[in-house]
Design a protein around this ligand. Sequence first.
Ligand code: ASP
Ligand code: MG
Length: 424
Amino acid sequence: MIKNIYKFGGASVKDAEAVRNLADIVNQHKSEDILLIVSAMGKTTNMLEKVLANFRAHEGNLGMDALHEVIAYHDGIVNGLFGDKTNPDFAESIANLFIELWEKLQETDKPYDYQYDQTVCYGELISTTIIQEYLNQCDIPTRWLDARKYVITDDRFRAASPDWDETRLRISKLNDEHIRGLVCLTQGFIGGTNEGKHTTTLGREGSDFTAAIFANCLDAEEVIIWKDVDGLLNADPKRFPNTVKIPHIPYSEAIELAFYGATIIHPKTIKPLQNKGIRLKVQSFVHPEHEPTLIDGEHNSNDESIPSYIVKDNQTLVSITPRDFSFMNVHNLQIIFRVCDELNLHANMIQTSALMLSFCFDSDPQKLNFLRAELHDAFRIRYNEGLQLFTIRHYREDSGKDYLQGKRILVQQESRSTIQYVLA
Ligand code: ASP
Ligand code: MG
């Protein structure tokens, strides 16, 4: 029975050294029944997005250059791991994956979201193929699973949602087939449509969600997200001095933090774990001996006294007013939110007044244009782009004062536990 799910993100497999470290961690725990969920290596997903953009712009040469960069990067890791002892069958399977990728890059007549999923998925497919080979060489018998046959989704490309019944049916079979002492390894972020024809993806940084999907369907005991930081911190250390680790928080608080933009956990990760009471740990792969952050169903009010600071960049603020001077009532809200729903547009902050609805969302010029076009007849819309949303959970009187220095506050909103600022 698989009881432990380990998720390794891009940073934890960014070079040969990192892959060796992953193998060390797995080796120390291999008596447990583990399933590994692994992302694309380093910044591969970004690189593949660039490759695809060039192919779609019919910039064939730039596209090939960018693709060669991806190949060279992975070659470097393969060399670092195996040197001249590279097994020819393995080398061939990696070459074949790149050929398949190249073929899918030709399909530029297909819709962008569709082609994105058919191509960007190779980051994960290649990364897990390399890691399987390495673990096997380290005498850690590893079984490679194609996540597209387990995580079954709808065909909303780039933002697919799991078909839970079908996914559960497929994943739960793993426990019957599972052989003790064998590590299972699969890709984060990617899934497949039911008939098995198309690859889908769950949205950027979706590997955490993959881990939660497998954990839920396997009734696992624990998920560990291995990170380059010591656990869940109360702020991004790149922006704020003196961050502290949050030792233990309930699921509900983790959802709040992820919702406001704490990037350490994908927002969709918590629900599948909470529903089955599966604990989540955020642990350092650099210092695995350090205590991780624990997220579970226990309420620990002590940790709630630690204020958390979350900044989301690239926000667009829209302010919508009915042209006929009617109230921003439920009827009007319903019209606006229906368009938002169609667009799959997630509001990070919402504020209403008698005549106005304001909300901000992650910059997306296409969605903004659509929203304006759809609502234009009945509403006047103003917008500002390039803003920041700054959220403080469990704020105290002067929390965030330093950060706000010199910034213009466009919107401010507070509840008992949370204060938010939209900043220019
Ligand atoms: N490789 C994907 C990304 O970078 C998924 C993930 O890492 O979670 O978005
Ligand atoms: Mg990642």
